[in-house]
Design a binder for this molecule. Structure first.
Ligand code: SF4
Ligand code: SF4
Length: 453
């Protein structure tokens, strides 16, 4: 059974976790705004985990929005034109997570034809699992919660692993981010339909949608959508979860929503569960029902460094600078930009990079960064131990890394850390515990590689 929080009927995970200030008020009550089509999009060949996409159109070719421009290869996903226009040569361009990467760019031209048409398949509900997988793959869908793992591969693996339950991630526990919240309110029917398709595709017999208690309107919208949807013999429920970080991490969500505990270094499939994000369900619905590829995504653009915080739906490949301009620009005292949320996102050094499939937010902060005043020694207060949801020992890892004993950190859990940031958040000495964990993990993996040679 899911783990009930002693305070009421909400569910949550067991160990660790924190309650950071949510900072969601600037965007949670406002609908999704559509960005006008940009004059140029930049589409990196790597926007997913897997081999890069292979171009299948030539420079100078005029393409229509929705047209495939690169094949996915054996482990990746295809890419599609997200505006109509002329293809420019594939070239190295700034990338949000890699310094530079090979990318298409497409320049809008007045004579280009509009978006391809994607009429409804009248028999979409009758597609087999294999047929759905092909459509999901051809649509270029990856995990839109930030992981960017090709969805077709995750579903095929879940099917092989014989999962019995699909857990939909509507937790959105990262501070500042509200794009999933707004999507659940904007299109709950499509999210429920997409969840059913994913469950059927993976062979699951039950769907549980985990939504945190700070989004009661989304819980109600999904419950209403479930009541209106022909679910057949699938059991579909909304599971209210306590608003607590990192409730949306796969292992914590599975524990909260199903009561099953995923072992260390194992995937949720090891306990019969597949986890998918609600935004991904929406994309799957469009792919199976309309054969519509993934062309746009919704991201939250917010933080004290943004003049008009919003949730924005923008074509993939839109330069972030253009999206920020749409949100009124940066404030004069903006100092730090983060792709994703402030807990697990990545520092972004520039805005001339494109929106990519896995980017669910852009948070701009003001003031000093966490390490600008340096950090102190470990005072052995134990707060990081209490906060770690995996029961690791980041204090021990940190002192060993400082002492140059990085290979002596495995027994304290360095390889299990998924960098949620709870330990750093609570440390009174402002120690960069996540970074220490990253250093230790990198050294341990390199050492294992050397031993394997
Ligand atoms: S929270 Fe910081 S000071 Fe306290 S034990 Fe952990 S590393 Fe040491
Ligand atoms: S970052 Fe790693 S060590 Fe720190 S709390 Fe999260 S899982 Fe534990």
């Amino acid at each position: 059974m899911p783990m009930a929080h002693p305070g009421g009927s909400t569910h949550t995970f067991g160990r660790g976790g924190i309650h950071p200030d949510p900072h969601k008020e600037a965007t949670s009550a406002r609908g999704i705004d559509d960005l006008p089509a940009p004059a140029e999009v930049i589409l990196p060949l790597v926007q997913h985990l897997g081999e890069p996409s292979e171009p299948c159109v030539k420079k100078g070719e005029v393409v229509r929005r929705g047209q495939k421009i690169a094949e996915g290869g054996a482990t990746g996903v295809p890419l599609h034109a997200t505006i109509s226009g002329r293809v420019r040569p594939v070239d190295k361009r700034p990338h949000p997570t890699q310094a530079m990467a090979m990318a298409f760019s497409i320049a809008a031209i007045p004579e280009a034809e509009p978006e391809l048409e994607f009429p409804e398949d009248p028999t979409w509900r009758a597609r087999t699992s294999d047929e759905m997988l092909v459509r999901i793959r051809e649509a270029g869908i990856v995990g839109l919660g930030g992981a960017a793992f090709p969805t077709w591969r995750k579903l095929a693996f879940a099917h092989e692993a014989k999962v019995d339950m699909l857990v939909m991630n509507g937790a959105e526990c990262e501070p500042y981010l509200t794009s999933d919240h707004r999507l659940m309110l904007a299109d709950p029917r499509a999210i429920v339909e997409g969840s059913l398709l994913i469950a059927r595709c993976a062979g699951a017999r039950e769907v549980r949608i985990g939504v945190e208690s700070d989004k009661p309107d989304a819980q109600a919208a999904l419950q209403k959508a479930i009541a209106q949807t022909p679910v057949g013999d699938m059991k579909v429920t909304v599971v209210p979860c306590l608003a607590r970080y990192p409730q949306g991490a796969e292992k914590q969500l599975v524990a909260a929503v199903t009561g099953r505990n995923v072992p260390a270094r194992a995937l949720p499939t090891s306990v019969g569960v597949l986890v998918q994000n609600v935004a991904t369900a929406l994309a799957v619905h469009d792919a199976v029902r309309y054969r519509r590829p993934l062309l746009d995504r919704v991201l939250t653009v917010t933080g004290p460094g943004v003049r008009e915080p919003r949730n924005v739906r923008a074509p993939l490949g839109t330069p972030l600078s253009e999206i920020v301009d749409f949100c009124g620009g940066l404030t004069a005292d903006a100092t730090r930009m983060i792709a994703g949320g402030p807990m697990m996102g990545r520092a972004l050094p520039r805005l001339d990079v494109p929106l990519i499939k896995g980017m669910n937010g852009l948070v701009v902060l003001t003031g000093k960064g966490p390490l600008e005043d340096g950090f102190g020694p470990c005072i052995r207060c134990g707060r990081c131990l209490d906060a770690c949801p995996l029961g690791l020992e980041p204090d021990q890892v940190s002192v060993r890394v400082e002492a140059g004993r990085t290979l002596d950190t495995e027994r304290y859990g360095a390889l299990d850390c998924y960098e949620c940031g709870c330990c750093s958040y609570v440390c009174p000495s402002s120690r960069p515990l996540v970074q220490f964990m990253q250093v230790a993990k990198g050294a341990l993996r390199r050492s294992a590689d050397v031993r394997a040679r």
